[in-house]
Design a protein around this ligand. Structure first.
Ligand code: BGC
Length: 740
């Protein structure tokens, strides 16, 4: 990690009183700590979040400060970004986020969220990247670097195994060590070791009975001793529960959601405990060191302040980056009869059906919400693309009950409170209310359905734009099932009956069940909460100005029961959740156990075709190959040619999976170990080269307490998705390699 002059830290530390130090390590506002003005130590200013810099709140209330200067660029959510499989775009997006955070005067941006998508139902999936640790690593590192180039700290969250929202503050997660090491840690490890993230946010949940924000093993042993992290750890807001445990565990800054700042564990309780000799002051000093070290890295202290980057926000260049990311995030799931792209020629009347065509998503989702400078909806994107000569007619298609649209403004203030079980009377009341909503929805829904069908009959082309919204993809609650809400299945089926050519677009942050209509639809497009230019990007893809190149960063199962966490009934439980599927998350499960997904990991079509050829794999094992050697001990160079054999330019994500043919412990049938996105003009051919190191071959051995790559046969697979393996080559490793 970036070296700083530690003497400056010690010098300042020596001058600080205990009270001043305490002020630096807990919230003195919902998003800031206390400054020590006499020594020129500023407050640390935090902001959410992953899709752009959040609006300003009052210091101690979750109420909009009411300013009009906090509109920002709305960036594609991490799920969208991951779908681009473009590491350069991750870096560019990071730069935008970092510049805007600095421009808004922030020191720490609470992003990215990189938790593994273990279940399709996690309410925050839209904020996260993938089910696969390698894809997460590869996208997180440049994203963090891009952010931090602006003298702003990234804050990679939530460490660790924070994979459900149900009882998120109290649920105990039970995950075996090997699974933690192979699936849940790698993104964080890479963020520390390669991304050099300045901060990490602890998770709300417990891991093996200990709150992650107070876990010595996680925060001291793994994060600091093993990975060498020397930045600071901030709690999730309200994630600290016990003063002593957290103080001794390597938690550095306690933040929370309530305004009783002096009562936080790291405020008066810690001050008193130190004075009483119950907690050693050295723990406080260590926290202050970590904060000061980060401040030095961010040029926040003394004369360094003069050279601190200033940042800016909302500049046109940011919109360009955001548009590029949105374009590459769109995934073409199905395209029978080359239904897409739609032709502008001869098109006179276009029907756009479904509320996600016009829904604004930037202002929802929980702490990811932002005040976007603007958000181009799909409908606006289509209209501005087609102009005045095409009649674009819109029908809502489905009914969204108004109750669901509202979330209490101040919701975060109450977010730590445990939901009480309802009394019988309350349950009855809720039931009556729900029935009323259902009746109303049925009535209104029928009207909108009929209107949509009538419209679909009278036009040249139909685009259905449905999916989810932030009533479902939202912090603090998980979805109950994978079904499309608002009776959309019926709408899509009925529209397809009257117009079998209708194109279906799903805008969502997590998988939905599509089995009732997917066979009947010729074209299905997956879009996301894709940022302020999302609607433009989608319109460009639908009309062929942009050739889609997104690939699924997660599996879309046919049914919820097919996905591993649910197969074992281990998701959404309130007390504790045991990750019984172990390593077999996402495609690792589907591909190993022969369960067919609806759309597999890594899948995404193009308007052109790519040919893979000449796979050549060379293996270099260094003579020294021995325990805990360097990463370079094994160097496997995978080369192949990819040719665009269609008539339009396009991009392909070449995925390299490794299959261990003779492992001493059970392993998934194959694992993603590298990828590259290659842009090819029509007819063009390029050679791509991907280098795999020893860590592409090993697995964690819980007895040896390290990773090991065993000698023997491995298959190198060059693939267009986890289930579309185009070329393979067997190689052998002759020695055993151990590494951390
Ligand atoms: C969320 C964090 C967020 C924090 C501050 C918490 O409830 O879990 O992701 O950064 O609030 O808003």
């Amino acid at each position: 990690m970036m070296k700083v002059d530690e003497r400056r830290i010690e010098e300042l530390l020596g001058k600080l009183t205990l009270e001043e130090k305490i002020g630096m390590i807990h919230g003195d506002g919902l998003f800031q700590t206390k400054a020590v003005e006499r020594l020129g130590i500023p407050a640390l200013k935090f902001s959410d979040g992953p899709m752009g810099v959040r609006k300003e709140f009052r210091r101690s209330e979750w109420i909009n400060a009411g300013t009009t200067d906090d509109y920002v660029s709305y960036l594609p959510s991490n799920s969208a970004l991951a779908a681009t499989w473009n590491t350069e775009l991750a870096y560019e997006t990071g730069k935008v986020l970092g510049t805007e955070a600095r421009g808004r005067g922030k020191d720490v941006i609470l992003a990215p969220g990189i938790n593994i998508k273990r279940s399709p139902l996690c309410g925050r999936n839209f904020e996260y990247m993938s089910e696969d640790p390698k894809l997460i690593e590869e996208m997180t590192v440049p994203l963090v670097k891009g952010i931090q180039e602006n003298d702003v700290a990234a804050c990679v969250k939530h460490f660790v195994a924070n994979n459900q929202e149900t009882e998120r503050l109290w649920v105990d997660t039970i995950v075996d060590e090997r699974t933690l090491r192979e699936i849940y840690y790698p993104g964080f490890k890479a963020a520390v070791e390669e991304g050099e993230t300045h901060s990490i946010m602890g998770a709300y949940n417990l891991l093996h009975g200990v709150h992650c924000c107070q876990d010595k093993y996680l925060l001291n042993e793994v994060l600091r001793d093993e990975w060498g992290f020397d930045g600071f750890v901030v709690s999730d807001w309200g994630g600290v529960h016990d003063t002593k445990e957290a103080a001794e565990a390597g938690m550095d800054v306690e933040m929370s959601v309530t305004p009783n700042f002096d009562e936080y564990c790291f405020a008066n309780p810690l001050l008193e405990a130190v004075k009483a000799g119950e907690i050693d002051e050295s723990h406080v000093d260590e926290k202050v060191r970590n904060i000061l070290r980060t401040m030095l890295r961010l040029n926040m202290l003394g004369e360094d302040r003069e050279k601190r980057k200033t940042g800016t926000y909302n500049i046109p260049a940011h919109r360009e980056t955001v548009l590029n990311a949105a374009r590459e995030s769109v995934i073409l799931l199905k395209n029978d009869d080359q239904r897409l792209p739609l032709q502008r020629k001869g098109l006179k009347k276009l029907a756009v059906i479904g509320q996600n065509a016009e829904k604004i998503h930037s202002d929802g989702g929980g702490s990811a919400e932002i005040k976007a400078l603007y958000e181009i909806s799909p409908l606006m994107g289509l209209k501005t693309k087609l102009g005045g000569n095409v009649e674009v007619k819109y029908a809502k298609g489905y009914y969204i009950p108004s109750e669901q649209e509202q979330r209490e403004l101040n919701w975060q203030h109450h977010s730590l409170e445990r939901k009480q079980e309802l009394t019988e009377e309350e349950k009855q009341e809720a039931l009556v209310k729900q029935r009323k909503v259902e009746e109303e929805s049925k009535k209104q829904g029928q009207v909108l359905l009929e209107e949509a069908i009538a419209l679909a009959k009278e036009v040249d082309e139909v685009i259905i734009i449905g999916g989810l919204n932030h009533d479902y993809d939202v912090e603090g609650q998980d979805r109950k099932d994978m079904l499309l809400p608002y009776n959309q299945d019926r709408l899509i089926e009925e529209v397809l009956k009257v117009n079998p050519n209708a194109v279906v677009v799903m805008v969502a942050g997590s998988p939905v069940q599509m089995s009732t209509w997917a066979d009947k639809a010729k074209a299905i497009v997956w879009s996301w909460y894709a940022g302020m230019e999302g609607g433009n990007a989608l319109a460009e893809v639908l009309f062929g100005d942009i050739n889609p190149s997104g690939k699924l960063p997660e599996t879309i199962p046919v049914r919820l029961e097919d996905s591993p966490a649910h197969k074992y009934g281990e998701f959404g439980k309130k007390e504790s959740v045991t990750y019984k599927e172990g390593l077999f998350v996402g495609y690792r499960y589907f591909d190993t156990h022969g369960v067919d997904p609806h759309f597999c990991f890594g899948h995404g079509l193009s308007y052109t075709d790519f040919e893979y050829k000449n796979l050549d794999v060379t293996v270099l094992e260094k003579e020294t190959g021995s325990n805990y050697g360097s990463d370079d001990d094994v160097q496997v160079t995978v080369k192949l040619s990819v040719k665009n054999i269609g008539s339009v330019d396009g991009a392909e994500v070449v995925q390299i999976y490794v299959a261990d043919k003779e492992a001493s412990l059970e392993r998934p049938v194959h694992e993603l170990k590298g990828f590259t996105k290659v842009f090819l003009k029509a007819g063009e051919e390029k050679e791509v080269s991907i280098t795999l190191r020893q860590n592409a071959f090993g697995f964690y051995d819980p007895e040896l307490k390290c990773f090991k790559a065993e000698p023997g046969e491995f298959e190198i697979q060059a693939a267009s998705s986890s289930r579309d393996i185009r070329l393979t080559k067997a190689i052998n490793l002759t020695k055993e390699y151990r590494y951390q």
